[in-house]
Design a binder for this molecule. Structure first.
Ligand code: ZN
Length: 466
């Protein structure tokens, strides 16, 4: 068998292929400096080139791990020395922005922030937004059905994808570049590739739905004294703002204190409160929107739902508020750590967090548990810092996070996907019939198991063991 690396070079040219040595010059992940491993990393420029690469790899039974911005948090992008990495880093073109139909057509490697800025210049909004905006790619957002900080108003990535083009394991190109909001012409095939983490096909181009650019943005950071008031505040603000609420991000007190520790970000509100929320509304009437936002906050203060509030007076101050939520600086350096992403009904969150904290404190009395997240979406992020050396931290901390979800029908993944890290916990959130249907899809679309093998579901191993 000819060396697959030289075949890839023959196919796309030497500058499109990095060999195993060159691949080791890259970091495995934005948060992990360990060298990346692969037989080769290939950088196609077009869907046709992706198709040619997959055709070749399919013929050889060569495993392929597709890379977007490599910012994922569940190990879906992890590769071994035997894999070929298919990086979309040169497929970054914004092909078209249609201001009338309010769509953007992009190659999948386009960086999210690049798209956001290009769209904004046309007076429009691409509302998907998350902390990794500067490095994550649209294709990665689609493959993981990314969520982020505006989901409460605009939905997850799935809600913003109108059409896409994907390449199947054998190189077949499936082009479903629909541009309309309504299209019930048979099966909605794009859903096969949204949130399936590159296991059923490689997304190469996407048609995205755009929204009108809001002309007013109102932001506040508020403090609360009781957990029950978080959900009540959400309801009050959403009711008062008539659909304008776009973010509602909660931070437990420990989280806020950690990220505003003296020497890091300044604290706009006193650091002693049990809970904090950053909330934001977007509208089209700057004068009246600000009035409405402030009076809704005033009512919340009068009703005792919040105990303190701060509003930014400039764009820089608003960025500062958001940095408190997004820039995990001091927490990030509290190593070792492990980060989680779960969802459950809002009303069950207090009891769930109590249970998680009790379990973790029993295990690591000096450890820290930081809780924050997108409450309106039922989504919590939890960072566990045991403050002591721990062998295989995941294995030791996972049960404390995942097992308490079961009584509430919670999900072991809210927005980060399954990848490798959560695979063994899938049965807590998904029934055997659901898992078997996932395996059936995988076996049908990727019979030789070359697309991101071993991620999400073990379709082929299950077959072999029968
Ligand atoms: Zn998040």
């Amino acid at each position: 068998m000819a060396d697959i690396v030289s075949e890839l070079v023959a196919l796309l040219g030497a500058e499109a292929v990095l060999d195993s040595q060159a691949v080791r010059g890259r970091a495995r992940h934005v948060w992990d400096p360990t060298p990346m491993e692969a037989r080769a990393l290939v950088r196609p420029r077009t869907t046709e080139e992706v198709s040619a690469v997959l055709k070749l790899c399919h013929r050889h039974g060569q495993p392929v791990v597709t890379h977007g911005g490599v910012t994922g948090l569940a190990g879906g992008d992890r590769s071994t020395a035997d894999d070929v990495i298919l990086s979309l880093e040169r497929m970054i073109r914004i092909e078209e922005i249609d201001p009338v139909g309010r769509t953007a057509t992009v190659q999948a490697g386009c960086i999210l922030q690049t798209l956001q800025e290009a769209v904004e210049q046309q007076g429009l909004l691409f509302p998907l937004d998350l902390g990794a905006r500067g490095s994550c790619t649209v294709g990665g957002n689609v493959a993981t059905n990314a969520g982020g900080i505006n989901v409460i108003r605009y939905g997850m990535t799935r809600a913003l994808v109108l059409g896409l083009e994907a390449v199947l394991a054998d190189g077949t190109v499936v082009s479903s570049m629909n541009r309309m909001l309504k299209n019930n012409t048979g099966y909605d095939l794009k859903q096969l590739f949204i949130g399936t983490e590159g296991t059923l096909g490689v997304v190469t181009r996407v048609v995205l739905a755009l929204k009108e650019l809001p002309t007013s943005i109102n932001t506040a950071l508020v403090a609360l004294d009781e957990v029950d008031k978080v959900a009540r505040l959400l309801k009050h603000m959403d009711q008062s703002l008539g659909g304008q609420l776009s973010s509602f991000e909660v931070m437990w007190g420990e989280f806020y204190r950690a990220v505003t520790v003296p020497g890091s970000l300044a604290a706009p509100l006193e650091r002693s409160h049990p809970f904090y929320v950053i909330l934001e509304s977007q509208g089209a009437d700057p004068g009246r929107d600000a009035e409405r936002f402030e009076s809704a906050l005033g009512e919340a203060l009068e009703a005792g739902l919040i105990v303190d509030a701060a509003m930014p007076k400039s764009r820089a101050e608003r960025d500062h508020f958001w940095a408190i939520r997004e820039d995990l600086g001091p927490i990030n350096s509290d190593r070792p750590l492990v980060a989680y992403d779960v969802s459950l009904p809002i009303r069950d969150m207090p009891a769930y967090v109590d249970e998680v904290e009790t379990r973790l404190k029993a295990r690591w009395p000096d450890g820290k548990v930081y809780v924050f997240g997108h409450i309106g979406d039922g989504n919590l992020h939890i960072v566990v810092c045991p403050r002591t050396a721990v062998a295989d931290l995941h294995a030791q901390a996972d049960p404390a996070i995942y097992e308490p979800l079961v009584p509430y029908g919670g999900a072991v993944s809210a927005e980060h996907g399954i990848g490798l890290d959560k695979k063994r916990w899938m049965p807590l959130s998904r029934g055997e019939d659901e898992l078997e249907l996932m395996r059936l899809l995988k076996r049908s679309l990727d019979p030789r198991n070359i697309l991101n093998p071993g991620k999400v579901v073990d379709a082929h191993r299950n077959l072999a063991s029968r």
